[in-house]
Ligand binder design. Structure first.
Ligand code: NAP
Length: 503
């Protein structure tokens, strides 16, 4: 059970502690932030509302701990990460339980998220020892006008303090996807978890604590992003921000100083369906892509752009599958569970009502109870409807009928987002041309968009992000290149004769 067994020390009465300088602490603010269970709409947990002084302290410790961590051999850093991964996987049950209760993720998917996170930490440790153990050797005579008098050695060095801010929908996975690359690369790490998802993150951080990382190297500051966020992101001690979330990322990037930013933001992933597509395959992928975790995924299919000639058949197939989706509590592994908050449910409802007023075809009746919204497919959506462009982050999926592939590509490219997209066709040549034409970070051919496997590069264009994720890209982003140049008094060529006379 959450907060018991090896996790007892992270709880103070009914409020979870924050983690600073290798210890679990109660905030001097005397205040807490409530985490509301999306399904019951009752307060499930409470976390500390940390103060600016506590942030200052954490940053000071992170700066000092990083100096000695950067001198810790790479293999030892990897060893500790492997240990943390094993502890995390061994304790998947209480962490998954918190995910169920604070973000209403179906129980089975919650366990998968924790296991996947352990695997990601281990993969990162392995990748780190390889890519950080390699540098480059450059010779000066390849550039015009130079002799071979300079040998340039490059290596990757850490940035310093990395601030990690994940979103609610994959709080554990998207936290470790920042923590593990930062640590293997020799950085220290300050985590600000999402409020919905904070308790799962605190449990995950305790696994790093138990693995024996040095004091101050990892910290976890809790509190509302709207209250503590600016102070964290504009803190002078921060050398890199890795953020995943919505538009907040755009405002952070405007305020942050001259530091590397990794921003993974929203998406409006389009699914373009051509006339020759395997419609059964498309329908299953629309269900998986559009409705998994109730559509609350950055890479969810968020608009279907289908050729008019096959639209009726596709809509019928999807409708039949929507009817089979189960709706209810996450504990019972229902396909569709409550969305994360009442404001989120209200926002989704606003999009649905706008589509209704403007004449979209409702393939099911719109139904909502509290934060629980039944899956809804909206056919005959037109570009003047908000749902054609905005990200519902809920179980509502618009279908736009198109009369040409160009129309589909133009719709996709007119979006301010550019995260992923997908195209369904049996013609691989066409698929490649469409992929090239789509302005998105990734295009999936004959499958729904997806972030994983976690070592694949993952990036958004336009308002969907800056930088690229995936294990290797994250390690590279959290390091910089350092060079040392050896200057020789005279040119030297390998195997060149007459070297004695040049000495
Ligand atoms: P969000 O509201 O932007 O919040 C993300 C994180 O930012 C949370 O930890 C939040 O803390 C924090 N935050 C809020 N205000 C802040 C501020 N002023 N300064 C610093 N941090 C602040 O996003 P969300 O609702 O959790 O997640 C949904 C969004 O994330 C969707 O748009 C989705 O597409 C996107 N997403 C993108 C990816 C990707 O990889 N591209 C992956 C998953 C999700 P609090 O919870 O305390 O407010």
């Amino acid at each position: 059970m959450a907060g018991t067994g090896i996790f007892t020390e992270i709880l103070d009465g009914e409020v979870y502690k924050y983690y600073s300088d290798g210890e679990w602490r109660t905030s001097s603010s005397g205040k807490s932030v409530a985490i509301v269970n999306p399904a019951t709409r009752k307060t499930q947990y409470k976390v500390q509302a940390c103060t600016q002084e506590e942030v200052n302290k954490v940053m000071e410790m992170a700066k000092s701990a990083q100096k000695s961590w950067a001198k810790t051999p790479l293999w030892k850093r990897a060893e500790l990460l492997h240990k943390a991964a094993a502890i995390l996987k061994d304790n998947k049950a209480p962490i998954a339980e918190s995910l169920v209760k604070e973000i209403a993720k179906p129980a089975k998917d919650s366990v998968t998220e924790v296991v996947r996170s352990g695997d990601l930490i281990s993969y990162c440790a392995e990748e780190g020892v390889r890519i950080l153990g390699e540098g480059k050797f450059l010779l000066s005579d390849s550039f015009p006008g130079n002799e071979r008098t300079k040998y340039c050695l490059t290596s990757k060095i850490p940035l310093g303090v990395v601030l990690a801010i994940p979103p609610f929908n994959y709080p554990v996975n998207l936290a470790v996807s920042k923590i593990a690359p930062a640590l293997i690369a020799g950085n220290s790490l300050v985590l600000k978890p999402p409020t919905q998802g904070a308790v799962s993150c605190l449990h995950m951080v305790h696994c790093f604590h138990l693995a024996g990382f040095p004091k101050g190297l990892i910290s976890c500051i809790t509190g509302k992003g709207s209250e503590i966020g600016d102070f964290l992101t504009m803190h002078p001690a921060v050398n890199c921000i890795s953020f995943t979330g919505g538009d907040t990322g755009i405002s952070i990037s405007k305020k942050a100083g001259m530091i590397p930013l990794q921003m993974e933001l929203g998406g409006k992933d389009a699914c373009i369906v051509l006339e020759d597509a395997d419609l059964d395959l498309v329908a299953s992928n629309i269900i998986k892509g559009g409705f998994s975790y109730s559509g609350q995924r950055c890479t969810a299919v968020k608009v279907v752009l289908v050729m008019e000639s096959v639209a009726d058949e596709l809509v019928e197939k999807v409708k039949a599958k929507v009817a089979k989706l189960t709706v209810g509590p996450p504990e019972e592994n229902c396909d569709i569970t409550a969305v994360v908050s009442e404001s989120s449910a209200n926002f989704i409802e606003g999009l649905v009502m706008d589509a209704k007023e403007k004449g979209a075809t409702f393939c099911q009746e719109y139904k909502r109870e509290g934060n629980l919204i039944w899956p809804l497919l909206l056919d005959n959506v037109r570009p003047d409807m908000r749902i054609a462009w905005e990200e519902p982050f809920g179980p509502v999926l618009p279908v736009l009928r198109i009369s040409s592939v160009e129309e589909g590509i133009n719709h996709c490219n007119a979006s301010n987002f550019g995260l992923q997209g997908c195209v369904f066709t049996k013609d691989i040549n066409k698929a490649m041309l469409i992929s090239d034409a789509m302005e998105t970070g990734t295009v999936q051919i004959n499958s729904a968009p997806a972030r994983g496997p976690d070592h694949f590069p993952f990036q958004g264009l336009k308002d969907s992000g800056i930088g690229s994720q995936g294990v290797t890209n994250s390690i590279n982003l959290m390091t910089k290149v350092k060079t040392t140049v050896i200057n020789l008094p005279t040119p030297s060529y390998s195997m060149g004769d007459g070297f004695i006379s040049r000495l």
